[in-house]
Design a protein around this ligand. Structure first.
Ligand code: FE2
Ligand code: FE2
Length: 204
């Protein structure tokens, strides 16, 4: 009888231990920084939506299209991080996001602001990489590398925007060159080639 009671107790303890087991593989700090990146990606999506609407209101349908597609990319980034947090047993916190900044004064400002925003985002990604490295959380470190690569592309795409506007004449760009730039950006590829894929036969 005593043996039966003892084995029941052991089974209960075992079940209790399993139920209490902490399956969150992320530290509190990593979970927090990833959650704040979820918010940042959502904010980026909102900023690009607003830039797209502004560009359209100025008659630049192609540039609007460019920003709308990039807004979608930022939402995809948000989803990747949310899935990573959940997949590691962490808790996603969906928060309020800031309103986008006021409309830019002109195309030059619009593209410069976009570039600054991408650089800020790269800094935030590096913060995740640094923290993951400090904590020896190699899973998060590895996950964040995809974003390091993605930011090389994103910064390059916006640098190309600024270059194209400069070639079109910058602040003195003619209507015709702006028309062509708008047409080009409406159909421009969403990915920039990475230097690691370059060869002498195919420099870009
Ligand atoms: Fe992003
Ligand atoms: Fe981005």
């Amino acid at each position: 009888m005593l043996l039966k009671q003892l084995s029941t107790l052991i089974i209960f303890n075992f079940i209790e231990n399993i139920l209490d087991m902490d399956t969150n593989r992320l530290s509190k700090k990593i979970e927090d920084i990833l959650n704040s990146q979820v918010t940042k990606e959502a904010e980026a999506a909102q900023i690009y939506l607003s830039y797209g609407c502004w560009a359209d209101s100025q008659g630049y349908g192609g540039i609007a299209n460019y920003f709308f597609r990039h807004s979608g990319e930022e939402r995809n980034h948000m989803m990747k991080i949310m899935q990573y947090i959940m997949g590691r047993g962490g808790e996603v916190k969906v928060t309020a996001i800031k309103a986008p900044p006021k409309n830019p004064a002109d195309l030059q400002t619009c593209f410069e602001n976009t570039f600054k925003h991408e650089v800020d985002n790269t800094t935030a990604i590096y913060d995740i990489v640094n923290l993951a490295h400090d904590e020896k959380d190699w899973a998060t470190y590895n996950f964040a590398q995809w974003f390091v690569k993605e930011q090389i592309e994103e910064e390059k795409l916006v640098m190309d925007l600024l270059d194209k506007l400069k070639i079109a004449g910058g602040p003195k760009a003619s209507d015709e060159s702006l028309f062509n730039l708008d047409k080009y950006l409406g159909e421009a590829p969403d990915d920039a080639p990475l230097p690691r894929e370059a060869s002498m036969d195919k420099p870009e």
